[in-house]
Write a new protein. Structure first.
Length: 270
């Protein structure tokens, strides 16, 4: 399944491009960095409670590897920082006012002006995910915080401002995994291979001089997969590494790292 992931899965980037082209009236895209399928029910329930019209709610696929920069490049912006303060320009999203920030939601609402077409990339929950990744109970903390954020008046005031007069899509560049629940890789030679290749990460870029594999796992124990110039950890695996393997991560090839919500909604009477 994973070997055909890129060809068989509906890409988030393609879905956003299609939305931008077909929506001839004012529109907005909100990218919540590292939003996973876990958080989608909070958004959907909140939208229903506040009387929003949910036009569609589905799952789309991140770029590989599931990291911020590959997604920004696929959108045509080069990197996330390029969107800050309306500096973002992409031939795929003509006439878009862009913003990228980690400001509180109240302050984000003040950044929304009268521009008809907006792409807003917020760094939450990715910034919190990385902050909590070294904590053994980081997932529980993040899950509680996500519920609080996505049911808060501050968040929905921002959504109200962003969706006023605009059709809005809420999605993410990638999701995240909870490696604290992953089984340890065994035996020792496989563990050593992954530690040497990835340290405590989930992917690395394959250099031309590194294409020769010094150890190839048997077919029944496939550990990694190569997509383009990237070697990616395949599935729910972790291993002992210096400093400990993070309890929250992204960039590997497991379902919750690469599958993200894609929710299209509009505000009543707008």
């Amino acid at each position: 399944m994973w070997s055909s992931f890129e060809n068989a899965s509906p890409r988030t980037v393609d879905a956003l491009k299609a939305f931008w082209q077909r929506q001839t009236t004012p529109k907005a895209i909100l990218i919540l960095d590292a939003l996973s399928l876990r958080e989608a029910p909070w958004i959907l329930e909140g939208a229903q409670q506040r009387g929003y019209t949910i036009h569609s709610a589905c799952t789309t696929a991140s770029e590989l590897p599931g990291d911020t920069t590959p997604f920004a490049r696929a959108l045509g912006f080069g990197q996330r920082a390029k969107l800050q303060n309306n500096q973002g320009q992409s031939t795929n999203f003509v006439d878009a006012f862009t913003e990228s920030t980690d400001l509180p939601w109240v302050d984000c609402a003040t950044l929304i002006k009268a521009d008809p077409n907006i792409i807003f990339w917020h760094h939450w929950p990715d910034d919190r995910m990385h902050h909590l990744a070294e904590q053994g109970a980081g997932y529980r903390v993040l899950a509680k915080e996500a519920a609080e954020v996505l049911t808060s008046d501050e968040f929905w005031t921002f959504i109200d401002k962003l969706s006023t007069g605009r059709r809005l899509v809420i999605t993410a560049d990638h999701g995240y995994s909870n490696p604290a629940l992953f089984p340890d890789v065994y035996p020792e030679d496989q563990k050593t291979y992954l530690k040497n290749q990835f340290k405590s990460g989930r992917n690395n870029e394959v250099k031309e001089a590194e294409t020769e594999q010094h150890w190839v796992p048997p077919l029944s124990q496939v550990l990694t997969t190569q997509h383009g110039n990237w070697n990616i950890v395949l599935g729910r695996k972790k291993w002992r590494s210096q400093g400990g393997y993070p309890s929250l991560a992204h960039g590997g090839l497991s379902l919750l790292e690469v599958a993200v919500p894609f929710i299209e909604l509009s505000k009543p009477n707008s």
